[in-house]
Design a protein around this ligand. Structure first.
Ligand SMILES: Nc1ncnc2c1ncn2[C@@H]1O[C@H](COP(=O)(O)OP(=O)(O)OP(=O)(O)O)[C@@H](O)[C@H]1O
Length: 264
């Protein structure tokens, strides 16, 4: 989101994530998503417009069924809006063929899911390199090493996912998301499968990716404590943006969620 705080950090960032270190990482312009035939089904997103600035950390919250996953899917190019436009950087996703969208998701977007989604037969190193290899490009070894060190897996490069704890597996997923220097990393409940202490470590790591390297992170979560790690929380209700909160605290987020009827 455009805040003075994140804007300043973005301008100080010199590590070159994405194609441009200034301006927005993603934008949704009056996006509507209707599931079902002839536009008569469920209106999962209903006229959502939002701009998320580079180098910011945004949490997306809302009651169950409010459209959080749909928002993430439309923003990340995993699904197409019924009407409206979505952009990653200055690239309009609506215009892209399926092949170009696949390439964009591989090269310019990182994903961190609740279930880690690592390839069990590959080592840590091979999992992290995968998005670059799939793009047919050569791996920047110095960057790879730096990322593995940053996520605290320097000594585990040859291990397989099954030999790692849940928290370590999520660190691999974060490293894999970082390897292409994406415009944005999307997290879908990234701490949902972790215990409280490990969840805090992972949230701190995502925070460090933003603070220290200017990465943009957008994370769907049900957890006010997780949302409090973000610069800004976007609240969704019935497919519409129902407000935003800058510099959130867990208590304020929980209170807002109660007002949205999340835990009624
Ligand atoms: N593929 C689909 N087909 C039909 N309806 C769908 C589909 N995906 C989502 N929906 C509906 O769209 C609405 C928004 O769903 P979405 O999964 O985006 O909400 P959410 O906020 O992520 O929910 P939760 O917190 O429970 O995961 C819901 O009413 C849901 O039932």
């Amino acid at each position: 989101m455009i805040t003075e705080r994140s804007s300043r950090r973005s301008q100080e960032n010199s590590s070159g994530y994405g194609t441009d270190t200034r301006g927005h990482a993603l934008r949704l312009d009056d996006v509507t998503k209707v599931y079902g035939k002839n536009g008569r089904g469920v209106r999962a997103l209903d006229g959502v417009s939002v701009t998320i600035e580079r180098g910011s950390y945004t949490a997306v919250m809302g009651p169950s069924g409010s459209g959080k996953s749909t928002f993430l899917h439309c923003a990340a190019g995993l699904d197409k809006p019924t009407t409206g436009t979505s952009y990653i950087g200055d690239t309009k996703l609506n215009d892209l063929s399926e092949t170009k969208l696949t390439k964009l998701r591989r090269q310019r977007v990182g994903f961190v899911f609740q279930a880690f989604n690592l390839i069990p037969s590959l080592s840590v190193l091979q999992n992290v390199e995968l998005p670059v290899r799939l793009s047919g490009e050569s791996v920047d070894k110095a960057w790879l090493e730096e990322i593995l060190t940053r996520v605290g897996l320097g000594g585990r490069a040859k291990h397989r996912p099954a030999e790692l704890s849940g928290g370590q597996q999520q660190r691999v997923a974060i490293a894999r998301a970082l390897i292409t220097r994406p415009d944005v990393i999307f997290g879908d409940e990234p701490t949902g499968a972790l215990d409280t202490v490990t969840a805090k470590e992972i949230l701190s790591l995502l925070r460090a990716c933003v603070n220290e390297t200017g990465q943009t992170v957008v994370m769907v979560t049900h957890d006010p404590i997780a949302a409090a790690y973000a610069d800004t929380v976007l609240f969704l209700a019935d497919g519409k943006l129902a407000g935003r909160m800058d510099s959130p605290t867990a208590d304020r987020v929980a209170e807002r969620m109660t007002h949205l009827g999340a835990w009624a």
